[in-house]
Unconditional design. Structure first.
Length: 419
């Protein structure tokens, strides 16, 4: 798909070429070869003037070096041209007798004019030259190339602010922070950069404020929940006490997940080389120990750069999600094209197609009724995506044809692993 800059440049070039074609057509009409009848009229006028001049001053032939010879041979006369010339001369009322001679020069006309003493004066006139099509085409091509270059430069200058916006969008970090732009260059670019920087400052401050509020709320929830937990221990009825403790455990899990999500967004951990295959094996063993069904597929060696704890948390969330909601998880790992590809399959009911785009939203659940059966805050996929995108990767979730979901994670391999 063409960018706006490319389309604007093409539009300018097409406009210039169109104007150039119209100008070439008009030029061709103005400098086109004159009609033969018009040229015959000019020859007739020149011949009549020559006769009048030589009649008035016979010595003018020698002075002007006009050859005066006997009548030209019949084979030298171009009879068709002569008839046209005499017809035009008689139409104009000229009395002189002239003939057009055959000439080897196609761009000149030789004529002979009969004088009063019976001799003939031989005159030569430049004929109508050919239309300069090749020269004109070369000239117009040079103009077109020059105008196209100017159009490209003008479109580049005019599209700089829009290109700056496009580059800024591409540089937005996974955590949503907009990097500061250098306020240099032409006035339009500086103005655009200043506007974007002001917008980025306000947005970044708003995002940081919201994150701090969520973290503070999650942290402050723990104190009253601790008091409630202590009070629940003194509830006499065992069933009521277990219900209270179960609800408190879920609240504690929600608060802890919210704090983790904020930490992943605002304070990414230090990076190091991580053996992703070893992390997957460890996660699969830990989840199987909890009684959830997890099946290991093929695991190829894949080293990525990142935080081992964060990556383990992201992978665990995905596998637990598949094992819990998808009736069992099957995990596989491969590496192709400079990236590690992790696939988590399940055989569950899947997700309606119109809800697939919302699965990464915080606290999102496909069926709210399942919240009573499966514990959780609904932040697992949101946290996993945040971690994966902070590591330069991507995650997608699609329905399987045979039922269930496929969660696909792509992470760039370490530079050393790609060699």
């Amino acid at each position: 798909m063409w960018s706006l800059r490319t389309r604007f440049t093409v539009l300018l070039v097409i406009s210039v070429v169109l104007v150039l074609v119209i100008a070439a057509f008009v030029t061709a009409q103005l400098v086109r070869k004159p009609p033969e009848a018009m040229f015959d009229r000019v020859l007739a006028e020149k011949a009549e003037l020559a006769v009048m001049l030589l009649r008035a001053d016979p010595t003018a032939a020698e002075t002007m070096k006009i050859p005066v010879r006997p009548e030209p041979a019949e084979d030298r006369v171009d009879q068709e041209r002569t008839d046209n010339l005499m017809s035009e001369a008689r139409r104009l009322g000229y009395k002189s007798e002239s003939v057009v001679l055959k000439s080897f020069n196609m761009h000149a006309k030789d004529i002979a004019v009969r004088l009063d003493d019976g001799r003939w004066a031989y005159l030569d006139f430049p004929g109508p030259g050919p239309f300069p099509s090749l020269s004109l085409a070369f000239y117009l091509a040079l103009v077109a190339i020059g105008m196209a270059a100017i159009a490209a430069y003008v479109s580049n200058v005019m599209m700089r602010p829009l290109r700056l916006l496009d580059e800024t969008i591409a540089k937005i970090r996974p955590d949503g922070i907009i990097p500061e732009l250098p306020e240099t260059g032409p006035m339009e670019v500086r103005t655009t950069a200043k506007t974007i920087n002001r917008l980025a400052t306000r947005l970044n401050a708003a995002v940081s404020s919201r994150m701090r509020m969520i973290a503070a709320a999650g942290h402050d929830m723990r104190t009253p929940m601790t008091r409630m937990r202590l009070r629940a221990e003194f509830v006499g009825d065992g069933d009521d006490r277990q219900s209270w403790l179960k609800d408190l455990d879920e609240l504690d899990h929600i608060a802890d997940s919210a704090i983790r999500l904020v930490r992943e967004e605002v304070s990414p951990a230090a990076r190091e080389k991580v053996a992703l295959d070893a992390v997957l094996k460890s996660v699969a063993e830990e989840i199987r120990e909890t009684g959830l069904p997890v099946e290991q597929g093929s695991f190829l060696r894949a080293d990525v750069e990142g935080s081992p704890f964060a990556l383990k948390r992201a992978v665990r969330n995905l596998v637990v999600n598949a094992a819990t909601h998808g009736l069992g998880a099957r995990v596989s790992l491969s590496n192709t094209g400079g990236e590690a590809i992790l696939m988590v399959r399940d055989s569950g009911p899947g997700i309606p197609q119109d809800l697939l785009d919302r699965v990464f939203e915080p606290f999102f659940r496909v069926d709210q009724a399942r919240r009573q059966l499966v514990p959780g805050a609904g932040l697992g996929l949101a946290i996993s995506r945040e971690i994966i995108e902070n590591h330069g990767g991507t995650i997608t979730i699609v329905n399987r044809r045979e039922g269930g979901l496929i969660q696909t994670v792509r992470l760039p391999l370490c530079a050393a692993a790609q060699d």
